[in-house]
Design a protein around this ligand. Structure first.
Ligand SMILES: Cc1cc2nc3c(=O)[nH]c(=O)nc-3n(C[C@H](O)[C@H](O)[C@H](O)COP(=O)(O)OP(=O)(O)OC[C@H]3O[C@@H](n4cnc5c(N)ncnc54)[C@H](O)[C@@H]3O)c2cc1C
Length: 378
């Protein structure tokens, strides 16, 4: 007989980690599967160093619950000393201002370790790694089986609406003219600081003069490590590294621990759910009676030439994400979280940041658990 899970979560990035832990904590037998070998998704594996979307402008958490818990777990795994500043409820020395918004700096090893700890210590939760989505069966407009398991509800946290796509739900494709993918790679042994624009220009100008496609550098919590965001082709990465080693002081002994350089999608594919969150909702700080998460991150747009534009909400405001944006229109036991929620290209340019993914992951799990509770208890 097939094993039964109340809830199956597909994808173990920020959204899936939050969804799986929350679902299992609510007493639902939960399975979390991912084609990767461990939990972390983009936040844990791509070399990112900033968790965005957690805080309002004053450093208060926009969403309590799992987002706050995960930020705390990250701090614990970074051996960080917490700040005691009273007006700064984030309580973290790694919270820094980036433009007009606050971000939490982290190490990707800490992200993976925090995820592994939270998942490993949660009862009722089974994880299945190196497990691609392999089949979804629908009967009478309900998902009844996923990868051969009988399931009561499914949360699609795949970042690219894999479950929704597999069952023919209507989806929006990402717009690569405004959400252009980038290759993210780590460089170790870098003896160059990127703390001032002048220091950054010392590296960027020679690369631009040599004709390389645009790139940017993001310093890490570890002194000699940086993440590079590169808009060129994968086969150009080794030339970039060789150029840096040969021509830029402080990069002589740098190297990347990665063997593969693949473009990372900024936004994947979004399902069209019961409500399509729009860019207008974001910029007008939209509020909803069925709100389940808050976000104040600007709409980011990234062109193929590496240029970025940021459209901010009015100071001190945030928008809400309604439950309907996490719910399928056709299939009542399918929920979405993270960058696969029902949002247009503009809205997802804001709502895809990881702080928001953590919040929608938690919310989708509550919705799925409530759905099952209603189904079984009236
Ligand atoms: C270049 C770039 C820079 C960014 N910078 C930042 C930043 O600085 N700060 C920030 O907060 N956000 C940033 N983001 C956005 C953020 O990283 C993502 O939007 C967020 O991590 C998405 O989380 P998620 O859980 O929805 O999906 P993901 O983290 O993408 O997780 C999806 C998971 O699903 C799994 N999966 C996919 N398909 C299948 C399948 N068929 N079967 C099984 N498993 C599957 C994947 O392996 C993956 O682990 C950036 C994104 C990019 C691309």
């Amino acid at each position: 007989m097939n094993r039964t899970f109340d809830i199956a979560v597909v994808g173990a990035g920020a959204a899936g980690i939050a969804a799986a832990v929350t679902a299992a904590r609510s007493g639902c037998a939960t399975i979390l599967l991912d084609e990767r070998s461990a939990a972390g998704g983009t936040g844990g594996f791509s070399g990112l160093t900033t968790l965005c979307g957690l805080y309002d402008e004053e450093g208060n958490f926009l969403n309590e619950g799992f987002s706050r818990e995960f930020a705390g777990a990250l701090a614990d795994h970074s051996n960080e000393t917490r700040s005691t500043a009273t007006n700064f409820q984030a309580h973290s020395l790694n919270v820094v201002k980036m433009g007009r918004v606050l971000v939490l700096r982290y190490q990707q090893e800490a992200f993976r370790a925090a995820a592994a700890d939270l998942l490993g210590s949660t009862p009722h939760l089974k994880t299945s790694w190196s497990t691609p989505l392999a089949g979804v069966d629908v009967e009478a407009s309900r998902i009844v089986r996923l990868n051969g398991f009988d399931v009561g509800a499914v949360i699609d946290c795949s970042g690219s609406a894999q479950v929704a796509g597999a069952i023919g739900e209507e989806c929006l494709k990402t717009d690569e003219t405004t959400q252009s993918p980038a290759i993210l790679f780590l460089l170790l042994n870098v003896q160059h600081s990127f703390t001032t624009p002048a220091a950054t220009a010392q590296v960027l100008l020679p690369l631009a003069r040599a004709g390389f496609p645009p790139l940017s550098f993001q310093s890490d919590l570890l002194q000699d490590r940086v993440t590079v965001k590169f808009t060129g082709r994968p086969d150009q990465v080794k030339d970039v590294i060789a150029f840096l080693q040969k021509n830029i002081s402080g990069f002589e002994n740098c190297h990347s621990p990665q063997s593969e350089f693949k473009p990372t999608q900024r936004s994947g594919r979004m399902i069209i759910g019961r409500y399509l969150l729009t860019g207008q909702d974001v910029l007008s700080a939209g509020k909803f009676p069925d709100a389940v998460a808050r976000c104040a991150w600007p709409i980011e747009q990234w062109g193929a030439d590496g240029t970025a534009s940021f459209r901010y909400l009015a100071a001190g405001t945030h928008y809400e994400i309604p439950a309907r944006s996490l719910q399928s229109r056709q299939v009542p036991n399918l929920f979405m979280a993270g960058k696969t929620i029902s949002a247009d290209t503009d809205a997802i340019g804001s709502a895809r940041v990881m702080g928001c993914c953590l919040a929608t992951g938690e919310a989708a799990a509550v919705l799925a658990a409530n759905f099952l509770d209603k189904k079984f208890h009236g």
